[in-house]
Design a binder for this molecule. Structure first.
Ligand SMILES: *Cc1c(COP(=O)(O)O)cnc(C)c1O
Length: 348
């Protein structure tokens, strides 16, 4: 066994630290009180994100959990129901926020790596009868984190949106890693395609602190009236910030500099997945659409023990359930680190 002195952190794309250039942009930020909508950096960031997807307005918030939960609170009333996949972040990883903050119930769909069909939506909308919770929102996740960074087939996504609206439901996108999905589809620089994508949703949550490498921040986009209501909900949830342009500036830097390069993260993820298949404890990996690799381990291999062993050998990663390990690539990885990890995984 080789002991690599190299350490690569593949636990999550949230571990990135703001680069010198990003910090430089933050240093120059002009700020103002954002609760009064007077922070020029935040206003510019909100407008840029909204315009990118053909939306009217945007709202800068501290986290993706907050942008998702605000959207759910605005789209639903207590006692109503949200349709989402069983793997969705809004259901699994937001502290039960849907029940706690919006008083809404959830109808979980049994999709394919987080993706579902228009037929699934149709057959899970409750009848308009006082016995049932009123279904009011459909939430999609692209890429789906727990689905291994899976991306939606665009025609399927369009159809889900069309049918949801036909049924009178609002549509929300958890786009924590939307830019990864757009780069994987090759449409991230195609303004028309981005507008067509955005037209599927009444609201979209976009994270700056994942693949884009910002220290903090998410933007919620939607119509003027949706964002006006979201502004109120943000205040209620305690997310109204003051001179936060200092962090919004990092977002502006990231939109200009860190989107195209996501392709590098995707190709590194594919290389790591292929190398891991040579490891005696690994049977397979889930399809690698973007920057997440989910390795399935052989029967009897303890994922906790194996991820710790890899950690001691310089590959920091997370166990992802009893028989899986997850890698997430990001902009703080280097080619040397990826080479070292591939060498370790395939030569053990
Ligand atoms: C990370 C993530 C979020 C939001 O997370 P925060 O840590 O609250 O910013 C939302 N959805 C998905 C799919 C995520 O991966």
């Amino acid at each position: 066994m080789t002991t690599s002195k190299l350490t690569i952190d593949l636990r999550s794309d949230t571990v990135t630290r703001p680069s010198v250039e990003m910090r430089g942009r933050m240093h120059k930020a002009v700020t103002g009180d954002d609760v009064f909508a007077e922070d020029p950096e935040i206003n510019e960031l909100q407008n840029k994100c909204a315009e990118m997807f053909g939306m009217e307005d945007g709202l800068f918030c501290p986290s993706g959990t907050m942008t998702n939960q605000i959207a759910i609170a605005v789209h639903t009333s207590p006692g109503e129901e949200v349709i989402c996949d069983k793997l969705s972040h809004i259901y699994n990883y937001e502290g039960g926020g849907i029940a706690r903050l919006s008083g809404a119930s959830v109808r979980l769909l049994n999709g394919d790596l987080g993706r579902f069909s228009a037929t699934d939506v149709r057959s899970n909308v409750n009848p308009l009868d006082s016995h049932y919770a009123k279904t009011s929102l459909v939430s999609l996740e692209d890429t789906c984190n727990k689905g291994g960074g899976s991306i939606w087939d665009l025609s399927e996504l369009n159809e889900v949106s069309r049918v949801s609206r036909e049924l009178g439901l609002a549509t929300h996108l958890d786009g924590a890693r939307l830019w990864n999905a757009l780069v994987a589809r090759g449409i991230h620089n195609d303004a028309e395609a981005l507008h067509a994508y955005g037209a599927n949703f009444d609201s979209m949550s976009l994270c700056l602190s994942k693949g884009l490498g910002c220290p903090v921040g998410s933007v919620l986009v939607g119509s003027k009236s949706f964002i006006a209501q979201a502004h109120r909900a943000r205040k209620v949830f305690g997310g109204g910030m003051r001179q936060a342009g200092i962090v919004a500036a990092a977002g502006l830097y990231a939109l200009e500099n860190n989107i195209d390069r996501l392709e590098i993260d995707h190709s590194r993820a594919k290389r790591l997945g292929a190398a891991a298949l040579h490891h005696p404890s690994v049977i397979s990996h889930a399809p690698i659409d973007t920057n997440i690799v989910i390795l399935k381990l052989k029967k009897g291999v303890d994922s906790d023990a194996l991820s710790s062993e890899w950690g001691r050998n310089g590959i920091e990663c997370f166990q992802f359930g009893p028989s899986s390990i997850r890698f997430v690539t990001h902009l703080d990885n280097t080619d040397d680190q990826v080479d070292g990890a591939c060498h370790y995984l395939s030569n053990i």
